[in-house]
Ligand binder design. Structure first.
Ligand code: F6P
Length: 546
C-alpha cells in the first residue's frame, strides 16, 4: 500500500498544515511563486502556482513519485511491458505516435511494423476519398463520412475534429453517431445522399451493441437506395481489433483497418480510430496531431520528474484529492473549439482511474480517480461558477485557453481572455468582508444595506486552479495537450496503485441490459425481478401497448 510509504505519511502531515494556508498569503509571501511553480513546454505554459502547495509539499510529492517508481513504470509502458495487469496486455498508445524510428517490442515482434503499415493504409484511404478517386456505388464522389462508434471509438475523433474545424478544407464533412437512440442516426442521415456517404464503423471489439445496431441501420439505409449488396464495399469501412466480426458483418477484408489489443479504447484516437480526423482534416494534419503527442511523450519520458508537466499535473491532482479531500476536478476550456474537451477527458480519466481496489485486489483506503466534469468556461461563468466561488465544496479546476484567437474578428478574444485570467485570480484571492464593505461604501451604499449584504458577497477564495495557456490551438498543440492529460492519468494510476487500463465497471450494466431486452419484448408482465426493476419494465410495456 502506498500509504505505508514514507513520502505518503509525510504528505499527510503536511496536509494538516496546508489546511491553514491561503493562496493569497502564499503569493504575498513569495514574489517568485509564479516562476517557481510554472513551466513551459514548447508554446504551452503550465501554471500550477495557484494550488495549495509549498516547496515542502512539492518536494514531498516528488519524493512520493520517486518512491513508487513512476520512472520505472514509465519505462515499462514505453517499452511494451504488460502494465494492463488484469487483461495482461501492454499499453502502447505511445507506439501509435512513435516517430523516433526505434522499435517497440511485444512478444519479440516490433509493433512499429504494424503501426506504420496501418498508417500507410489510412493515408491511402484518406487521399483516395478526399481526392474523389474513391467513388460511391453510383460513381459519385464521397462528400460525407459518418463515424459510427461509442466511447473511445467516438469521443476522441469527434472532440478533435471539433477542435480543429478551422483546419478543415471541408472536402469531406464528418458526422458522428454514438447513441443507439435512433433519433440521432435518423437526424444525421436524413439530409444525406446514400450515394455519397462513407460509413466508418469504429469498434475495437466489434461486439458493442449500440454500434452494431447503428451499423445495421446504416447498411439498411444504404441498401434501400442501392438495391445492391455490393454497395457495402464502396460505403463501409471498419476499424477494429476483431476482423472476424467485421467480416461477418459484411465488410470486405480490404476495408478493415486494424487496431490492436494493446491500444485502449479511450487512448485510441491516434490509431485508425482517428480516420474521421484524417478524412476531414487531411492526413498531414493527422500527422501533425501525432507529432504533438510524440513531442509530449518525449518530454514525459525524458524530463526529470521535478520539471515534468504531466507528472506535476498528476501530483497536484493527487494532493488535492487524496490529501486535501477535494474529490472533483473541473476542466474548463475557454476556446469554443475545445467544447468537447471536458467530455473527452471525462471518459479518459474516469474510465481509467475510477477504481476502488488496488493491483492486488485490496480496497484502497484513500480517494482515487477524481470526478471529472466541465464545459466551456465562459458559459460556465453564467451557470455553475457561482458554486465554484461560493459553494461549500472546493472544486479544483483546470483553465485551458489560447493566446491566439481562431478568427480575426476584433473585440472578442481580449474579453474572453480577460475573463479567463480574472476567474483564476478571483478563485485564488476571493474578497473578504472589509473589502466588500469598502467597495459598497465607495458606491454610496448605506451601512444597514451593507450589513445585510456583506456575508453574501464574501468570496473565501483559496480555490486551487491550474492554468494551461497554449499559443494557439492547432493540430500539434492539441496533440500535445491530449498527451499531457493521458500521461497525467497514467501517473495518477501508478501512485494510487489502480488498474488504469481496464474497465470492468462497464460490464455489469451491459449484461443486465441483455437480460432485460427480451423482458421488454415479451408480451407478458414480468414477475422475476426486484420490485423497482419489475415496476419499470411493466410500466414501459403497459405504456407501449396503450
Ligand atoms: O464503455 C466501455 C467501452 O469498452 C469503452 O472502453 C470503449 O471505448 C467503448 O466501450 C467502445 O468499445 P468498442 O470500441 O469496442 O465498441
Amino acid at each position: 500500500m502506498n500509504i505505508n510509504k514514507v513520502a505518503w505519511q509525510l504528505l499527510e502531515t503536511h496536509s494538516e498544515t496546508a489546511k491553514s494556508f491561503h493562496l493569497k498569503d502564499l503569493f504575498a509571501d513569495d514574489p517568485d511563486r509564479f516562476d517557481k511553480f510554472s513551466l513551459q513546454f514548447e508554446d504551452i505554459l503550465f501554471d500550477y502556482s495557484k494550488n495549495l502547495v509549498t516547496d515542502e509539499v512539492m518536494t514531498g510529492l516528488f519524493n512520493l513519485a520517486h518512491e513508487v517508481d513512476v520512472e520505472g513504470w514509465r519505462t515499462r509502458m514505453f517499452s511494451g511491458g504488460r502494465i494492463n495487469l488484469t487483461e495482461d496486455r501492454p499499453v502502447l498508445h505511445v507506439a501509435l505516435r512513435n516517430m523516433s524510428g526505434d522499435p517497440i517490442h511485444v512478444d519479440g515482434a516490433d509493433v512499429m511494423d504494424q503501426v506504420s503499415s496501418e498508417l500507410d493504409k489510412m493515408k491511402s484511404l484518406t487521399e483516395n476519398v478526399r481526392s474523389g478517386k474513391w467513388r460511391g456505388y453510383s460513381g459519385k464522389r464521397i462528400t460525407d463520412v459518418v463515424n459510427i462508434g461509442i466511447g473511445g471509438s467516438n469521443l476522441g475523433p469527434q472532440m478533435v475534429t471539433e477542435a480543429l474545424r478551422k483546419y478543415s478544407d471541408n472536402k469531406v464533412s464528418v458526422h458522428y453517431v454514438s447513441n443507439v437512440d435512433s433519433f440521432q442516426i435518423a437526424q444525421i442521415l436524413r439530409p444525406l445522399n446514400p450515394e455519397q456517404v462513407l460509413f466508418v464503423i469504429s469498434s475495437k471489439t466489434f461486439t458493442t451493441r449500440e454500434t452494431l445496431t447503428n451499423a445495421a441501420t446504416a447498411r439498411n439505409w444504404l441498401l434501400a437506395s442501392s438495391f445492391d449488396e455490393t454497395a457495402v464495399d464502396r460505403h463501409f469501412i471498419a476499424v477494429t481489433a476483431n476482423r472476424a466480426n467485421a467480416l461477418e458483418f459484411g465488410i470486405p477484408e480490404g476495408n478493415i483497418h486494424d487496431l490492436w489489443d494493446w491500444v485502449g479504447g479511450r487512448f485510441s484516437l491516434w490509431s485508425a480510430i482517428g480516420l474521421p480526423i484524417a478524412l476531414n482534416l487531411g492526413f498531414d494534419n493527422f500527422e501533425k496531431l501525432l507529432g504533438g503527442a510524440y513531442a509530449m511523450d518525449q518530454h514525459f519520458l525524458n524530463a526529470p520528474l521535478e520539471k515534468n508537466a504531466p507528472v506535476i499535473q498528476a501530483l497536484i491532482g493527487i494532493w488535492n484529492s487524496s490529501f486535501l479531500g477535494m474529490q472533483t476536478q473541473a476542466i474548463l476550456p475557454y476556446n469554443q473549439s475545445l467544447h468537447m474537451f471536458s467530455a473527452y477527458m471525462q471518459q479518459a480519466d474516469m474510465e481509467s482511474n475510477g477504481k476502488s481496489v488496488d493491483w492486488d485486489g485490496n480496497d484502497v483506503p484513500y480517494s482515487t480517480g477524481s470526478i471529472i466534469w466541465g464545459q466551456l468556461g465562459i458559459n460556465g461563468q453564467h451557470a455553475f461558477y457561482q458554486y465554484l466561488h461560493q459553494g461549500k465544496n472546493i472544486i479544483p479546476a483546470d483553465f485551458i485557453g489560447a493566446v491566439e484567437s481562431s478568427t480575426t474578428v476584433k473585440g472578442h478574444h481580449e474579453y474572453l481572455m480577460a475573463n479567463f485570467i480574472a476567474q483564476t485570480q478571483a478563485l485564488m484571492n476571493g474578497i473578504d468582508k472589509e473589502q466588500v464593505r469598502d467597495e459598497l461604501r465607495a458606491k454610496g451604499k448605506s451601512e444597514s444595506y451593507i450589513d445585510n449584504l456583506v456575508s453574501h458577497k464574501v468570496h473565501q477564495g483559496n480555490r486551487p486552479t491550474n492554468t494551461i495557456l497554449l499559443k494557439r490551438i492547432d493540430p500539434h498543440s492539441l496533440g500535445a495537450l491530449i498527451a499531457l492529460y493521458e500521461h497525467k492519468i497514467f501517473v495518477q494510476g501508478i501512485i494510487w496503485r489502480v488498474c488504469s487500463f481496464d474497465q470492468w465497471g462497464v460490464e455489469l450494466g451491459k449484461e443486465l441490459a441483455n437480460h432485460i431486452l427480451p423482458q421488454l419484448e415479451t408480451g407478458t408482465p414480468i414477475k422475476t425481478q426486484d420490485s423497482s426493476t419489475m415496476g419499470l419494465i411493466n410500466f414501459y410495456k403497459n405504456k407501449i401497448t396503450q
